[in-house]
Ligand binder design. Sequence first.
Ligand SMILES: Nc1nc2c(c(=O)[nH]1)N[C@H]1C(S)=C(S)[C@@H](COP(=O)(O)OP(=O)(O)OC[C@H]3O[C@@H](n4cnc5c(=O)[nH]c(N)nc54)[C@H](O)[C@@H]3O)O[C@H]1N2
Ligand SMILES: Nc1nc2c(c(=O)[nH]1)N[C@H]1C(S)=C(S)[C@@H](COP(=O)(O)OP(=O)(O)OC[C@H]3O[C@@H](n4cnc5c(=O)[nH]c(N)nc54)[C@H](O)[C@@H]3O)O[C@H]1N2
Ligand SMILES: [Mo]
Length: 772
Amino acid sequence: MTDAFGEFDPDDGPSGARDRAATPEFKPYHHPAAGWGAAKAVTEFMIGQEKEPLLGTRAIMKMNHENGGFDCPGCAWPDSIKGIHLDICENGIKHVTWEMTHKRVTRDFFAEHSVAELSTWSDHDLENQGRLTEPMRYDPVTDHYVPISWDDAFEMAGKALRELDDPNLAAYYTSGRLGNEATFLYQLMARELGTNNLPDCSNMCHEASGRALQAALGTGKGTCDLEDWETTDALFILGVNAASNAPRMLTALAEADRRGAQIVHINPLVEAGATRTIIPHEILRMATFRTTDTSTLNLQPRIGGDFALMRGIAKAVFEESESDPNALDHQFIERHTHGFEEYRAVVEATPWSTIEEQSGLTEDDVRKAARVYCEADRSIISWCLGVTQHEHGVDTVREIVNVLLLRGNLGREGAGPSPVRGHSNVQGNRTCGIANKPAARFLDRLDEACGITSPRADGYDVVATIEAMQAGKLKVFMAMGGNFALAAPDTAYTYQALRKCDLTIQVSTKLNRSHLVHGTEALILPCLGRTEKDIQRGGEQQTSVEDSMAMVHLSKGMKKPASRHLLSEPAIIAGIAKAALPQSKTPWDYYVADYDRIRDTMSQVLDGFEDFNRRVRLPLGFRIKQPARELIFLTPSGKAEFSCADLPDLTQEPGILRLATLRSHDQWNTTIYSDNDRYRGIKNLRTLVFMNDDDMRERGLSQFDDVDITSIARDGSTRSVHNYKVIPYDIPRGCAAGYMPELNVLCAIGDISTQSDQPIMKNVKVTITRSA
Ligand SMILES: Nc1nc2c(c(=O)[nH]1)N[C@H]1C(S)=C(S)[C@@H](COP(=O)(O)OP(=O)(O)OC[C@H]3O[C@@H](n4cnc5c(=O)[nH]c(N)nc54)[C@H](O)[C@@H]3O)O[C@H]1N2
Ligand SMILES: Nc1nc2c(c(=O)[nH]1)N[C@H]1C(S)=C(S)[C@@H](COP(=O)(O)OP(=O)(O)OC[C@H]3O[C@@H](n4cnc5c(=O)[nH]c(N)nc54)[C@H](O)[C@@H]3O)O[C@H]1N2
Ligand SMILES: [Mo]
């Protein structure tokens, strides 16, 4: 495989679980989402994969429970506020069972397999070896990982960090699993060392949402909670595959439908959760196979067409206002917004023909959505990666807010913007200080409470980290969870970058690609998972997390740790910090002995965390104040800001397709459970591309034909994958889709949004041709 940076050995590249002997299948799925298919999948998974049906069941009974139990690490969807039923889903169960496996990766395993050999294994096979059990160090002489004691590991990391000429030669990555207390210690360590190099998975995920909401409303989060979802009249769901990635949302959608609320799904693909569902926890309905609708309207814009669609809705609202005095909420606009007249002018100047062309929808369809919006007293607009991983992600989220402001859908029950976050604590990570561009106010308070002097210069995000590695400006890379090598764009380039580091440190629960693509020296530091008991000197500990809707609550593991050598994430951070900062006045051991002490310090630093230890112990935790919800806007004008961006021109050159990289139903980001994608009807196949029939016909392609996909970067460089199988799919012309992380090979490192710095992972410019 060639790319802009030379030869890329395919053996080096990511690969899924593919059992080459198994025949790929494609049978479009016509059953409701969740329901028996999910029940069967869970049982098979627990019995087949992990031989743990009993254990699995017991753990699930504890998951997301009001009194105690651990937070489901599956996604960031909030727990039901009613707290009366178990709120569980198929994918959450898979996720937990995967962590609780009986399988172990021991020192014997590493003695048996060299890194070169493991590099030829599939990603599924790597993680499927089970839980890591003790710290390991890479030995370049033998190309094997060998055991190292915790003390020696800390000293190795600490020495490397101490000896750097400049603290900015190190970067500290966070995957969104990390609990709030560990998060706080982690950013404290980085800043005490003197750097804001704190890249996180959010840089690839909701950076656009954060920036847009910050600019529009003065705070970078959504304003809704689950009660709003339960009382709204209309839900607009953009670019979310709910049935696979936020399955507990199905419950809210089904309940909304029963209540008579309208649900509009906006997605180039009609995903399973967008038609009918069986509420995940309703066993009785499952038995009688009674389904509940989850949509009133399905719109399939072209990839990237959401901005134009939202503009079209705004245009229709303005038109409606000529005859209906209530179409616009004049009082709200007058009192609480800024820039309205300018926005009106921009919208009125946008012709319907442009809206049709750029959204890929007819005026008629856009008006249907607008009708739903105008008839609803209260509307929520929700979105995920289908909106954010684009060049115009920020403008699109701002247009969503514009539309909401027109009808005063903010700061009242049942209304507002509601981004669906990804990792179970990705929002908490940001709240607790993981930011490569931190706010000055946060740093001031951190310095005052912790007696340090934080650096004020911005640090690296994910892409800047990779570029710095390539340029020799980054020598030590530490990752708290995640799988940086595969999750980041431009796989070949990222691998090359990681290999230029002097030391890579991975704090992980399972073996993955990022352990094999490493620096000259490398450490694997195994940690406790969220399901496991965390006992410190002060007794059993709990950690807190924040969900998509800003609820902070405690999570307590109850399982015996996978190995007696595992340390908690706070303990690992403290171990490294003490070695790296011998003069530190931070009481690292004191903090780790009792996480209440970390929370006490956090309550001095973080807005909304006053009285943290008491409030987090309330039955459902507490909600962080979101000023915008109270119509307090921390913007320069003190009001909610309309934005007036022009629609981008998405016209494609002939022969070019726009490719979105997505998750299958049977994966968790880079963790591949199997090669199936049940709701899209796929079995035994991940190296595929979904295409529109007409686009296939134009290229003389039939189902399962082998094709090469070549991406064309902004700088003109090309990257290819070969022998992918074509699947005819209900997707607009000019659009294509396939799976991440495999297709990160095609995402050029330089192709990041100029608005959010996010890699453009949903709109990759490609050609698709029959394989030679
Ligand atoms: N089981 C499971 N749960 C997960 C994850 C997982 O991997 N597995 N990952 C977690 C994480 S970190 C995240 S961030 C979330 C991700 O959750 P999602 O955002 O649902 O993730 P994707 O699979 O990338 O799917 C994006 C959706 O956007 C649609 N789409 C693509 N392009 C466009 C577009 O231009 N416009 C619109 N309107 N739609 C578009 C796709 O068809 C797809 O339905 O899920 C979280 N939950
Ligand atoms: N092309 C393309 N690329 C994408 C995306 C896309 O849509 N398209 N999505 C992006 C998004 S939204 C995200 S969030 C990133 C995800 O990027 P990451 O967060 O970096 O990746 P994950 O696959 O979630 O990480 C899985 C690993 O986390 C470790 N782990 C699991 N649980 C724990 C724990 O409790 N503690 C610790 N320390 N480690 C643990 C395990 O070792 C496991 O192998 O990928 C991004 N990459
Ligand atoms: Mo994410």
